[in-house]
Write a protein that binds this ligand. Structure first.
Ligand code: AMP
Ligand code: GLY
Length: 425
């Protein structure tokens, strides 16, 4: 088969790496790719949001399956465009992608279906927000309605911080029209996990559990980011998997079908494991980045027929198998991330790191300049490892991560630490 992957991050590098292993694969393309992906797939210089150009490319090359990594092309309607032209693609249509594209849509759907989530109100003005915040008490969670690259959530702890947050949303308009409606919600306490599954409109194939570390600094301090590390298994789920399927994922997929927004693609529930059980923080309609990297390293199936059958409307597989071994991913970023990362510094040590046992290095924001690999954005590389236990996988990732260098490299040093401490292993 000829396959096109859309995107250029660590998640897409891991997707290409996994699809490469399929005996069914004949040709692999990636648009727009990055230098790491270009070693295993043909790079196509079309940006991920140029959905018409991408469809032209897929039609010209008679691509058998397109797999979409990031959310933006999905919310722009890439799947509708491909389907209208008879081109097979795995992902949700624009109206189904609203589950991520509009948090108001997602929250209202959950409220209607009785799906457990934080109590909330929708505010249209600064005053609405102040009133709702007074009802919920501090800390209170404020979210923009639309996409904000994982950065549209603020959690003021007092009145002063609330005023500062209102300024960002309504005066500076930092998030543009994404913040015309603000969701004010109750702040949930507990452990956060990512529960990611594949859907064909009706059936749900849960992936293994993963945990992502969203804050920039150790001990969950600093600003929210796209994610600074992840591991699988999550190690904190206990027996909640069945409850998550029955109370959250199945009713969501059913409600989407009833609303004529049948959900095909990756359904990612960001959850808080609270004292009252799992509650939804958000839905995403694509694989998490960096969660995809450890997940795809553990997946013990040929991914290509899974995605191709889902795109055709019905999975061939009743369930997906994952290896027993654990996997981990440490994100190497550049100083200044997430606001204004330093760019252009040469990177050394990748080859030596890759020779270590169980290691894969997936590229994100890298570029080549004068034949030299340089850091070219916020999240630069993903150093991933598998190992017999979570402790081994994390240790291997950190040993390899230390071998890779550039002057502004930053990373978290505590990925997985709390989970290991709690497990006592
Ligand atoms: P979201 O983009 O909705 O996942 O929010 C980003 C991050 O903000 C989440 O990963 C949580 O860490 C935090 N967050 C979002 N909603 C809540 C909530 N209701 N209570 C506590 N933390 C939250
Ligand atoms: N790592 C979180 C996300 O992909 O949304």
């Amino acid at each position: 088969m000829k396959v096109l992957v859309i995107g250029s991050g660590g998640r897409e590098h891991a997707l290409c790496w996994k699809l490469r292993q399929s005996p069914l694969l004949k040709e692999l393309y990636c648009a727009p790719a990055n230098p790491g992906i270009a070693q295993i797939a043909d790079p196509v210089p079309i940006p991920a949001d140029e959905i018409h150009q991408l469809a032209d490319f897929a039609a010209d090359l008679k691509i058998d399956l397109t797999v979409v990594g990031p959310e933006l092309p999905l919310t722009l309607g890439i799947v509708d465009e491909f389907i209208s032209r008879g081109l097979p693609i795995f992902g949700p249509r624009r109206q189904a992608a609203e589950l991520e594209g509009s948090k108001v849509f997602a929250k209202e759907l959950m409220r209607r279906q009785g799906i457990p989530t934080a109590n909330f109100e929708i505010a249209h003005s600064e005053d609405d927000v102040r009133k709702a915040a007074a009802r919920f008490g501090f800390p209170v969670v404020l979210k923009t309605d639309g996409l904000a690259a994982g950065k549209g959530v603020l959690i003021p702890k007092n009145a002063e911080q609330l005023e500062a947050a209102l300024k960002t949303f309504f005066e500076e308009r930092r998030f543009g029209t994404a913040a015309e409606k603000v969701i004010v919600e109750e702040c949930l306490q507990g452990e956060e996990i990512s529960f990611i599954s594949l859907c064909d409109g009706e059936h749900i194939l849960p992936l293994a559990t993963t945990k992502d570390y969203k804050r920039l600094l150790d001990d969950d301090r600093g600003p929210n980011t796209g994610g600074m590390g992840a591991h699988s298994p999550a190690g904190v789920l206990g027996g909640a998997g069945g409850e998550i399927l029955d109370r959250i994922l199945r009713p969501t997929v059913r409600a989407m079908e009833e609303a004529n927004r049948s959900f095909v693609g990756v359904l990612y529930a960001g959850l808080m494991l609270t004292q009252e059980g799992p509650k939804v923080l958000e839905f995403n309609v694509r694989l998490g980045d960096p969660e995809a990297q450890p997940l795809l390293m553990r997946l013990d199936e040929d991914l290509l027929p899974v995605l191709a059958s889902g795109a055709a409307g019905r999975f061939e597989h009743p369930r997906l198998r994952f290896r027993k071994e654990a996997t981990a991913c440490i994100v190497l970023a550049s100083e200044g991330y997430p606001e204004k990362p330093t760019k252009g510094e040469p990177i050394t040590g990748i080859e030596a790191a890759m020779q270590q046992e169980g290691i894969e290095v997936f590229h994100a924001a890298t570029a080549t300049k004068d034949d030299q690999l340089v850091a070219a954005g916020g999240r630069v590389l993903n150093v991933c490892a598998s190992g017999p236990t979570l402790r081994d996988a994390l240790k291997r990732s950190y040993t390899a991560a230390a071998m890779i260098r550039w002057p502004s490299k930053i990373m978290r040093h505590d990925i997985g630490r709390r989970v290991l401490n709690r497990a006592g292993g």
